[in-house]
Design a protein. Structure first.
Lengths: 328, 330
């Protein structure tokens, strides 16, 4: 009986492997470095594009660990993967293992980084972090002009993620500040670090206590935006303080559509599309050896959601739910 | 008062004195620190850590530890939101979220039961069991939510973690979250100080063999404390979900270190048998005041890590010295 079961198991595994090998054009991997919404959508984009093109797809998450990233890359080289689409942990530390892997024949396309022009990379698809902040900053500036007299000081508090990803956080906040500081009556009164909802709600509450003069909170990412918006709501300051933010998702859309009139606008990235485009570039390079924009840093435009355009926000929300739940 | 008496009081209340010094310094240097609203805001912010810390106090006094509570906080928030979303079409958003909360608490109790059972049945150290469960529970939360935050649409649910009662003119109201904190504190305080079960927890943590010979059901004590730890963590998760009206597997990650820090700062010994519920309350306030004070002072975010870590270390060293002295006098 045991022998029969072993035989059946071996047969099933062999047939499975043969079938997978016969159907697949080869193995590709998608590597992200966090477990947040952005990275989940990026990974979904990688997966959908790879499977649509007939490749066997392997997802991985380095969890912000350079050693894990190094290990994954070496495993892909050893296992004969055709290529990887990766969101590298660092623009410094990730280069050496990626360069070495490319030298051993692994095709590499990048996402969510500002790396460009390196001879081993196929391309890098990313959002422009400065523009993400700047775009919301311009909307905030318009809001200020419309709602505050020119001689009244408008006090702004900021929530960033600079201890997590300093380059990205700093680019976004510079973009936002450059836009609002064009108005002479704007003062940045506080600048704190909190990027997860639970921590951001506390940090924003404390900021509102320390600076009761704050009129606007701006946050550099999704967790910060939700946390600061809920902090304003929970402090009973709806109607007195408003928020602006970065990134877009279901709850962000709900907060913009909410009647409490706190969250005014966000500029979101398009991680799913970034994932799809990165994987498509990788596959084109694998199949033809000729990706037209080789080595380039390609900016994928973001999406702006505002209280002024509830229809667009609702449409975004519906599409987002469809994408993340498969239409369920 | 004699200097020996003074020394004794100082030694027994080290954390209280450090906390007092911090409060005085912050009252002078941090704008708005002493306002009633800010002090209540600290209580509200610390409710999530605090509620879980009281459960952890029982576990630690009983000579065990529960490292999985961070993931329990996340899983409870996700379960509440997920169940609410699944049932809101059939039952309406209000009842759906109530059932979601009940499911979250029940699931946590079952996890505690499982942890406790494995502990007593196979005699595996609780830190290994709960370290494994930390990953299992996080994975379950991520699977259930597909990694995305789940929004809760019942607006009244926001009151549990972010509501305020007894609002008057200049007073913005008592945060409901702080009421949960005080309520759980009182329950754990009474259980640990006024019941036979509380005495059994101290006895089991202090000397398991002596407790067994005295007829204490050690397995029952350990299992119950593990269940309480999980249930209080689930309540923390529900409060957190209520504050942000959503549930995400990212919630609660790393909270176990804050919760254990609060208990240890409060004077509990990781070897078991020593600790006080009031001590944990001071530990919670200590952490809350540090966090709030540094934000009010606008301390650089990188410096915050150093200051916070150093103050926790200092508090733990002073308390450990005090605990060792207490053990010698027993």
């Amino acid at each position: 009986m045991r022998k029969l079961l072993s035989l059946v198991l071996v047969l099933v595994l062999t047939l499975g492997a043969v079938a997978a090998f016969a159907e697949s054009k080869g193995k590709v991997a998608g590597v992200v470095f966090q477990e947040d919404q952005f990275m989940m959508l990026l990974q979904m984009g990688y997966k959908d594009a790879a499977e649509e093109a007939g490749y066997e797809f392997f997802p991985a998450n380095t969890n912000n660990d350079a050693a894990k990233e190094f290990e994954f890359i070496n495993t892909y080289v050893d296992q004969g993967f055709k290529g990887i689409a990766i969101s590298p942990i660092s623009e410094e530390a990730s280069i050496a293992p990626l360069t070495a892997a490319a030298a051993q024949g692994l095709k590499i396309a990048l996402s969510n980084s500002s790396l460009g022009g390196l001879d081993w990379m196929i391309a890098c698809y990313t959002s422009d972090n400065y523009n993400l902040g700047n775009s919301t900053g311009k909307i905030a500036a318009e809001y200020i002009k419309k709602n505050f007299p020119a001689d009244q000081t408008v006090n702004i508090g900021i929530l960033q993620f600079k201890t997590l990803l300093p380059e990205q956080s700093s680019a976004r906040s510079s973009g936002f500040m450059d836009a609002v500081k064009e108005l002479p009556n704007v003062v940045i009164v506080d600048d704190q670090d909190a990027w997860l909802q639970d921590k951001a709600i506390t940090a924003a509450s404390d900021m509102l206590t320390a600076h009761p003069e704050i009129n606007i909170l701006w946050s550099a990412n999704e967790g910060g935006t939700i946390g600061s918006t809920m902090a304003i709501k929970n402090a009973g300051l709806a109607g007195k303080v408003v928020s602006f933010g970065t990134d877009a998702g279901e709850q962000m859309a709900d907060l913009i559509l909410s009647e409490d009139n706190i969250l005014q606008a966000v500029t979101g990235q398009d991680p799913y599309n970034i994932g799809v485009l990165t994987m498509k570039a990788l596959i084109q390079e694998i199949e033809t050896g000729n990706f037209e924009q080789r080595g380039e840093l390609i900016i994928v435009p973001g999406v702006v959601l505002t209280r002024e355009d509830p229809v667009a926000t609702q449409t975004f929300k519906d599409n987002f739910i469809k994408m993340t739940t498969g239409g369920n | 008062m004699k200097s020996a008496q003074m020394k004794n009081i100082l030694r027994k209340n080290t954390i209280t004195f450090i906390l007092l010094i911090m409060v005085v310094l912050l009252a002078v240097f941090a704008r708005g620190f002493l306002s009633v609203n800010n002090l209540l805001s600290i209580l509200r912010s610390m409710a999530i850590i605090g509620v879980a810390a009281f459960g952890m106090t029982m576990v630690i006094i009983g000579g065990e530890i529960d490292l999985s509570i961070g993931s329990t906080i996340g899983l409870s928030a996700v379960l509440t939101a997920w169940v609410a979303k699944q049932l809101q079409g059939a039952l309406g958003a209000d009842w759906a979220v109530i059932i979601g909360m009940a499911v979250a608490i029940l699931a946590a109790a079952l996890v505690g039961l499982f942890n406790g059972f494995i502990r007593v049945r196979f005699n595996i150290p609780s830190f290994i069991i709960t370290l494994a469960m930390l990953n299992v529970l996080y994975g379950l939360a991520a699977i259930l939510s597909s990694g995305f935050p789940i929004t809760i649409s019942a607006q009244w649910f926001n009151v549990i973690g972010a509501g305020r009662i007894i609002k008057t003119g200049g007073f913005s109201g008592l945060p409901v979250a702080s009421i949960w904190l005080v309520l759980i504190f009182l329950i754990v305080f009474v259980v640990m100080n006024r019941t036979r079960f509380g005495r059994e927890v101290y006895a089991v943590g202090g000397n398991q063999e002596a407790s067994r010979l005295s007829g204490v059901n050690i397995a029952k004590v350990k299992i119950i404390t593990m269940v309480v730890s999980q249930v209080t963590a689930a309540i923390s998760g529900i409060i957190l979900a209520s504050q942000v009206l959503s549930g995400s597997p990212q919630f609660g990650r790393g909270y176990e270190t804050d919760v254990i820090s609060a208990v240890i700062i409060g004077g509990a010994s990781l070897s078991g048998g020593l600790g006080r519920t009031t001590g944990t309350l001071f530990g919670i306030l200590f952490l809350g005041v540090i966090l709030n004070g540094m934000t009010l002072l606008g301390v650089d975010d990188y410096v915050k890590y150093v200051v916070r870590g150093s103050l926790i270390l200092l508090a733990v060293i002073l308390n450990t010295i005090q605990t060792q002295k207490a053990r010698h006098t027993l």
